[in-house]
Design a protein around this ligand. Structure first.
Ligand SMILES: [Ca+2]
Ligand SMILES: [Ca+2]
Length: 448
C-alpha cells in the first residue's frame, strides 16, 4: 500500500510536483507517503485569480490546546442537522436545518439551560430523503434579509431526482411561508449521493452553491472535469438580478468558453474538479473560500477555492492519482490545484468542512480553519504555519499515516478526539464556531 502510494506520487511529482519535499517524504518508509501535496500549486493557472488577499503574516500562535466540547442550546435536540447560521438582522437568533425538511429557529443564550426553539419552515412535503445524502442540505439568509425577508434553501427532490435551490419569504409571524417558494435553479441528479448541498453568500453579494459529481462511484460520467455540466462544481450566481431566477455574474471565469467536449461551458461555474464539496465557508476576515471535498475510497481533502480553479477530481483523489491510478500527471490538464490538507481513511471516512474561527473565546484558535470527520468525529484546526515552507503534520501521531498531511506552509492540530458523529459545523456572526452532531446536540469548544 505504501509502496503503491509512493509510486503514484513519484509519477506525479515528475509531471508537476513542486519538487523535493514530496520526493523526500516518499523516500522515508516511516513517513506518510502522502505527506506534502504532490500537485499543490501556489500559483493558479493563467486567467485564474484568487478571490481574496491573504492576511499579512502574523506572529506564531501557541499550538491549540486539546479542547473539549460543551453542549449548547441544550433545550433543543436537532434531528440530523445539516447547517447552522445566525440570521443577519441583529436579533441574534440562530437557525438550524434538519435533513428531513425543517428549518428551526433557536432563541436564547447558547450557554443557558432554557430557551426557545420552533420550526419556522417545514418543507418535508417536497424534500426526499430516500438516500442518506439526500434531504434538506443547506440554507443561506440573504444579506438583506432584515429588509427583504429572503432565505435560500437547497434540498433533494424526487420524480425526477434533482437538486432544488429555491427561495422562501419571511412572514410577519417570523415564519417562512411554505407557499412562497420561488425556484431559482434545479439540477438533475443521476444518483442519490454526492449532492454537495452548501449555499452561502460571498462578500461580493453573490450566492455560492456546491454540487457534487452526481454520484455513483468514481464519477464514471466524468462530470468533475466537464465544464458543460454544473455537477462537480462550485457555482456563483446573482440572485438579485431583476426579472430572472438568477443571472451569471459577468466576471465568472468560464462565461462564453467551450468545454473539452465541444459543448458550451456553464457560466455559473466558479471552480470545478470536485467530487462532493459538502460544506463551504468564507473566512469572514479574509474572504477566502474554503471547501472540504469528500473522497472516494482513500483520501479526504480540504481546499482553498479560487476563481476558475480545477481541483482535480476524478483524475486525482486528494493528492493521489485516481484515474488513471498511476502516472495521472501524464493526462492531467495543467494547473490542477491540490489540497491544503488531506487525510486517509485511517482517520475517518468523510470530511465535514467547517469554518475559520474568528471568535473571542479561544484566542489560540483564531484564524484556524476548523473541520472534522463525519465517521470518526475527530476535529482539526488548520492554519498557516509560522515556518512557511516546512511540512508540518502536527497531530498526535505526527509522521505516520495516522495524521493529517498539509501542503507546505500549513500546520494542523487535532483539537477534539472523536466522540461524536460530526456532519457539519456552523458559525455565528461573532465568529464563534459550533459543532453539529448526531449525538444529538450542538456543541462549542471550551478549554479543558
Ligand atoms: Ca446526486
Ligand atoms: Ca481534489
Amino acid at each position: 500500500m505504501r509502496a503503491t502510494s509512493c509510486i503514484r506520487r513519484l509519477a506525479l511529482a515528475g509531471a508537476f510536483c513542486l519538487g523535493a519535499l514530496a520526493l523526500a517524504s516518499c523516500n522515508n518508509g516511516n513517513e506518510s507517503p502522502r505527506g506534502g501535496s504532490g500537485i499543490r500549486q501556489e500559483t493558479p493557472a493563467p486567467g485564474v485569480e484568487p478571490t481574496a488577499t491573504a492576511l499579512p503574516a502574523t506572529p506564531p500562535l501557541p499550538a491549540p490546546e486539546e479542547l473539549a466540547l460543551e453542549r449548547v442550546f441544550g433545550w433543543y435536540d436537532p434531528q440530523r442537522p445539516t447547517h447552522l447560521e445566525e440570521i443577519p438582522d441583529g436579533s441574534g437568533s440562530v437557525y438550524v436545518s434538519e435533513q428531513d425538511g425543517r428549518l428551526v429557529e433557536i432563541i436564547g443564550d447558547p450557554g443557558a439551560a432554557e430557551g426557545v426553539s420552533r420550526v419556522v419552515l417545514n418543507i418535508e412535503d417536497r424534500v426526499t430523503t430516500r438516500v442518506l445524502e439526500e434531504g434538506f442540505l443547506g440554507f443561506a439568509f440573504h444579506p438583506g434579509v432584515s429588509r427583504n425577508g429572503r432565505v435560500f434553501v437547497y434540498y433533494s427532490a424526487a420524480s425526477p431526482r434533482r437538486s432544488v435551490i429555491s427561495e422562501f419569504r419571511l412572514g410577519d409571524d417570523g415564519e417562512f411561508d411554505p407557499t412562497s417558494e420561488r425556484i431559482v435553479l434545479e439540477v438533475s441528479q443521476p444518483f442519490g449521493n454526492h449532492n454537495g448541498g452548501m449555499l452561502l453568500f460571498g462578500p461580493d453579494g453573490f450566492l455560492y452553491i456546491s454540487l457534487g459529481d452526481g454520484g455513483g462511484a468514481g464519477d464514471r460520467s466524468g462530470n468533475g472535469q466537464n465544464l458543460a455540466t454544473l455537477l462537480g462544481s462550485v457555482l456563483r450566481i446573482d440572485v438579485d438580478a431583476p426579472g430572472v431566477p438568477y443571472a451569471v455574474p459577468p466576471d465568472n471565469p468560464f462565461t462564453g468558453m467551450t468545454a473539452a467536449n465541444g459543448e458550451p461551458a456553464r457560466g455559473e461555474i466558479w471552480a470545478f474538479g470536485l467530487r462532493n464539496p459538502w460544506r463551504l465557508a468564507f473566512d469572514p476576515a479574509t474572504g477566502e473560500l474554503w471547501a472540504a471535498d469528500v473522497g472516494q475510497n482513500d483520501v479526504e481533502e480540504v481546499d482553498l477555492i479560487v476563481r476558475g480553479g480545477n481541483y482535480g477530481w476524478n483524475i486525482m483523489e486528494g493528492d493521489d492519482c485516481y484515474k488513471p491510478e498511476f502516472d495521472c500527471g501524464d493526462v492531467a490538464p495543467p494547473g490542477l490545484i491540490g489540497p491544503v490538507a488531506s487525510y486517509t481513511h485511517r482517520l475517518g471516512c468523510s470530511v465535514s468542512g467547517g469554518y475559520v474561527y474568528r471568535g473571542q473565546r479561544l484566542p489560540s484558535l483564531k484564524g484556524a480553519y476548523v473541520f472534522g470527520d463525519f465517521c470518526s468525529g475527530s476535529v482539526w484546526a488548520l492554519r498557516r504555519s509560522a515556518d512557511r515552507g516546512e511540512l508540518n503534520t502536527g497531530t498526535r501521531d505526527s509522521g505516520t499515516l495516522n495524521s493529517v498531511a498539509t501542503g507546505a506552509g500549513w500546520e494542523v492540530f487535532e483539537i477534539v478526539p472523536g466522540d461524536h458523529q460530526v456532519p457539519a459545523f456552523g458559525q455565528t456572526l461573532d465568529g464563534e464556531v459550533y459543532v453539529l452532531t448526531y449525538s444529538p446536540g450542538i456543541f462549542r469548544f471550551v478549554e479543558k
